[in-house]
Design a binder for this molecule. Sequence first.
Ligand code: MG
Length: 377
Amino acid sequence: MTRTPVLPELPRPPRARLRAAALALLLAVACSEAPALGQEAPRWKTHDLARPRPPVVAPAPQDLPALPPSDAVLLFCGQGLEAWRSEKGGPADWVVADGAFQPAPGAEDIVTVQGFGDVQLHVEWAAPLPAAGTSQGRGNSGVFLMGLYEVQILDSFENDTYADGQAAAVYGQYPPLVNACRPPGEWQSFDIVFRRPRFAEDGALIAPARVTVQQNGILVQDAVPLLGPTAWLQHLPYEEHPDRLPLSLQNHGSPVRFRNIWLRELRESAEPGPPEGGTQPAVSLKAEQLERCAGRYRPGGARETVYTVRRDGQQLQCNFFWNDAYLDLVPLAEREFALRHTAATIVFDADDQGAVVALTLRIGGSTIRAEKVGAGE
Ligand code: MG
C-alpha cells in the first residue's frame, strides 16, 4: 500500500469542498478529456487485480548516470541532502552512502527545501537486492510531484501486483503503458514531465495536472490527466493549492536507493507574441505601382528556379515554389514588401528610369538576390 503524503508545513486544501465537483471532474476526465491516444480512460476500480498487466519490455542499456543540463536544479549529485528536509521539519535523515541515498528505517518521507511547479524531472533509483517481499511489499517508494501526485516506485521485475500500483504507475489511477523495469539492484531512470493543475482565482479547477513518464528511456505515461491527488482506496478531489510545492520521496519501508536527481523548471505560459493576423499594410499602392513589380525573377546561380510575382487586383503576390501557391506581399513602402505570415521581406530594385530590374529576398538570416528575367503572367 502507498501512504498519502503529509506535508504539515504546507497549505492543506480545505477538505469540505467539492465532493460534487470531484464527481464532475471524474466524469469530465473520463468522458470528454480522454487521456492521450493509447492510454485507456480510467474505468477500472482502483487496484482491481483483474485489470490487465502492462506487457513487459526489456529496456536497452543506458548511459547512466545521465548528466544534468546547464539549467538544471540539482537535488542530489552524490554528496549530501542539503536540498532536502524531513517532511516534519529538520534535516533529511535518510542515509547517504557510496554516492546514493536511501531511507533510514522509520524515517519520515523527505521533501525538497524548494518548491516547484511545472518540471522536467530526472530520478535514478534501484530496487533493493536481494529482492524481499512480494507485491507492494517489494521495493516500494514513490516520487510525489508537488508532494501530492505519486509516480510509483516498486520492484516490478517479475513481481506481480495490481496494474495501477506497479512501477511507473500514477498510483491508483494509470498503470504504465508497459512494464519497463530493470532487475533489482540495477540503476534505472525516471524522466518525468509534469504540468501542475491550474486553478481559477476562486479555486475552481481549470485544468488537471498532467504527467508524462519515461522509464529507462521507454514511454510509460503519455500526458495523462490526473484525477486528483494520490490517495489510498479513494479518489480525492482536486483542491486549490499553491503553484509551487516541494517534491517528496516516499519511505515505504523498503531500502530503495536514489542518486542523480535533477530537474528543469518549465516555462508555465506561452511567450507573448505579435497580434494575430500577420503583417498589415503600411502604405496603400496604386495598381500601376504594383504592376511595375510583377515579373519573373531568377535567383543568382539558379538555372531553373524562378520566382514569379503577379498582381491580383490590389494585391501583389509571389510564387517561390514549384507548386501553384502564391503568397501575399504586404506593402511596407513603394518597393518594399513583407510576407504576411513569414518573417521575410522583398525589396524591388529599379534602374534610373524607374523600371524594376531585380528583387532582394531576406529570410531567416539569408539574403537572396534575383534578377528580373521576364514579364509576369
Ligand atoms: Mg509508493
